[in-house]
Write a protein that binds this ligand. Structure first.
Ligand SMILES: C=CC1=C(C)c2cc3[nH]c(cc4nc(cc5[nH]c(cc1n2)c(C)c5CCC(=O)O)C(CCC(=O)O)=C4C)c(C)c3C=C
Ligand SMILES: [Fe+2]
Ligand SMILES: [Fe+2]
Length: 327
């Protein structure tokens, strides 16, 4: 517990956050993880009682074993890719900022939790806090929900630190430059495809209609990258992946687009997922395997996934540049 100290200086701590991942690729760990994730009212904006019945009556009976089988495919000896990569990002940002500015990782769902991470910062006598949710494009369902979790923990503290919350970086110059660098490396290895597909995680269309800026921020990121690369409009496209449930989600859908492109004469594509700061189930399996199968079976000839920025030096530099004005 922090005691007041007349001599102490002002110490800033950094909380990095991402979505989180199950503790293991098993049905029981998935049930725990999905129960927390899908109960978040920022994620599923449905009246609580009917949603509780659907979640506990159907989804949590069926989905955990199905999702566990998918997670098993991407799990490595280091565990979940998302968590492992986030920890590498944390370590490198820690090295860049120096030991006097502690950098901790707290996941929105599962472990290590945001509450654990904030407690660690409190134990390190932090009086100023900078929160960086690792979602480049703000959405209420992700960044907004991270804010909820941070403030829920801080509500329990007597001495609330000074807080800065970075809520979007979809047009940050360093982030855009880092995306372009990774595309450049891809071109050196594989050449230029007929079409670049920018695939972002979807959200229900209704959230967009109610004012969530996510859809527009995704378009903006694509546009900035395309401009910097000097591409014409026929060379690229923005699509949305990872639909969940029966409602309409943001369109066009990634999988349907990939199914139709070969019929329109597009036989080679490269898919890039700028909304994922780290590779995870949704990129490695859904984009790297599942959608590749869709495209090839529809007559596609060449399909590549451009990896997420992960712990690329230019990505770490961009994240540090984002933090710097707040230090
Ligand atoms: C990057 C931004 C993300 C948005 C926006 C987002 C919205 C969103 N997601 C679901 C449901 C699920 N997402 C799942 C996995 C998942 N989602 C994101 C990111 C965003 N989600 C990531 C990084 C991951 C992968 C986590 C990992 O451990 O690798 C899952 C779990 C997997 C599964 O069972 O299919 C679900 C479920 C909704 C409903 C939603 C918008 C409201
Ligand atoms: Fe998701
Ligand atoms: Fe998925």
């Amino acid at each position: 517990m922090k005691e007041f100290d007349h001599q102490a200086g002002t110490r800033t701590g950094i909380l990095l956050s991402n979505l989180g991942t199950p503790d293991a690729p098993t049905a029981s760990a998935l049930r725990r993880y999905l129960a927390e994730f899908l109960w978040d009212p920022r994620v599923i904006e449905m009246p609580r009682l009917p949603w509780w019945m659907i979640l506990h009556g159907i989804i949590l009976r069926v989905r955990p074993s199905r999702s566990a089988a998918l997670y098993k495919k991407v799990w490595t000896s280091d565990g979940s890719p998302l968590l492992h990569i986030a920890e590498q990002q944390r370590q490198q940002i820690q090295v860049a900022l120096g030991t006097d500015t502690p950098v901790v990782l707290g996941m929105r769902y599962g472990n290590p939790s945001i509450a654990q991470a904030l407690t660690e910062l409190k134990n390190q006598q932090v009086e100023r806090l900078v929160v960086l949710p690792l979602y480049p494009q703000y959405s209420g369902a992700t960044t907004g929900s991270t804010f909820d979790a941070v403030s829920a923990e801080l509500q329990r503290w007597r001495w609330v630190p000074e807080v800065r919350f970075i809520n979007t970086y979809h047009q940050h110059a360093g982030y855009i430059a880092s995306l372009c660098e990774s595309i450049g490396r891809h071109i050196e290895r594989y050449g230029i495809p007929q079409k670049w597909l920018f695939s972002y995680h979807g959200t229900p269309k209704e959230y967009h209609l109610k004012g969530d800026p996510y859809f527009c921020y995704c378009q903006k990121t694509t546009q900035l990258v395309a401009e910097r690369m000097g591409w014409s409009e026929e060379q690229y496209m923005t699509t949305f992946q990872s639909r969940f449930g029966k409602a309409e989600w943001l369109q066009p859908y990634t999988d349907m687009t990939l199914e139709h492109l070969p019929g329109q004469g597009v036989k080679s594509v490269a898919v890039i997922c700028p909304g994922f700061s780290a590779d995870c189930l949704e990129t490695i399996d859904e984009i790297g395997r599942e959608n590749k199968e869709v495209f090839m079976e529809a007559g596609g000839e060449q399909y590549h996934y451009v990896p997420a920025l992960n712990d690329d030096i230019s990505h770490i530099k961009a994240l540090v540049a984002l933090l710097e004005p707040h230090l």
